[in-house]
Design a protein around this ligand. Structure first.
Ligand SMILES: [Mg+2]
Length: 244
């Protein structure tokens, strides 16, 4: 499908999770004793090796137990970027579809996303299975999100019109940009030169309000200004301050 790049408005906004909605890489929370896992993650995110080469390897090293999932979800929440939940609420107020598409672990990403206000069925990541004792059994090997090009595949299937803005920091996000109307490289946590070079826009502020000028039309800004009780006034003020 040829790319139909355009500016706002967009019918949908999709966020990456790790280093975009939260400052952490979830899988690294499992791996304090495995420094080689951080190196594998960096190789994949910078596009030096295909994701599928490292996905299973990282999990075999980490062998997460079921209780690790809640712990990572709490870490995501504790390290959420400023403005994340407000931004989701504002996008929903405007009638947009908000989704999370992550190469992280679904049992940790989903509760975090739900806390931010994203419906559970719009949160996509790689599911894990555990045995009866809660020990790691396997990951969902059919998940496109555990392999290179998988975000692109999933986004193309979910948004065949391509009327979607994607926000992310990694090589797997950049790979998906040609099925999206706009790709915003979010670099407040991790700045990868090759991702920025390919992106339509870069946002480097650690307050997600800074995304609004790149996501909304003037009419949509007005609609948020008119929300009952000035619900989005603070978010809008921060967005204006960040306007390029
Ligand atoms: Mg990321």
């Amino acid at each position: 499908m040829p790319r139909h790049a355009h500016g706002p408005p967009f019918a949908a906004v999709v966020f990456d999770c790790d280093s975009t909605l939260s400052t952490i890489e979830g899988i690294e929370e499992l791996t304090a004793e495995h420094p080689e896992i951080a190196a594998l993650t960096a190789d994949a995110m910078e596009g030096r090796v295909p994701l599928e080469e490292v996905y299973g390897k990282r999990l075999e090293l980490a062998r997460p137990v079921v209780s690790d999932m809640g712990r990572i979800a709490e870490r995501y929440q504790a390290t959420a970027l400023a403005g994340a939940a407000e931004l989701v609420a504002a996008l929903h107020h405007l009638g947009k579809r908000v989704e999370i598409v992550s190469g992280g672990l679904l049992p940790a990403v989903r509760p975090f996303g739900v806390q931010l206000g994203v419906p559970a069925d719009r949160i996509h990541a790689v599911d894990l299975s555990f045995d009866g004792d809660g020990a790691y059994a396997d990951y969902d090997r059919r998940s496109p999100l555990a392999r290179a090009g998988g975000k692109r595949e999933l986004l193309e299937a979910r948004f065949p019109e391509g009327d979607v803005a994607l926000v992310g920091d990694g090589a797997t996000d950049l790979e998906a940009m040609d099925v999206c109307a706009r790709f915003i490289a979010f670099t407040a946590v991790e700045r990868r030169a090759e991702v920025v070079a390919g992106a339509d826009v870069e946002v480097d502020r650690g307050d997600l309000a800074a995304l609004l000028p790149h996501l909304l039309s003037a009419a949509e800004f007005e609609a948020l200004r008119g929300a009952p009780g000035g619900a989005f006034d603070d978010l809008l003020a921060r967005a204006e301050e960040a306007r390029p």
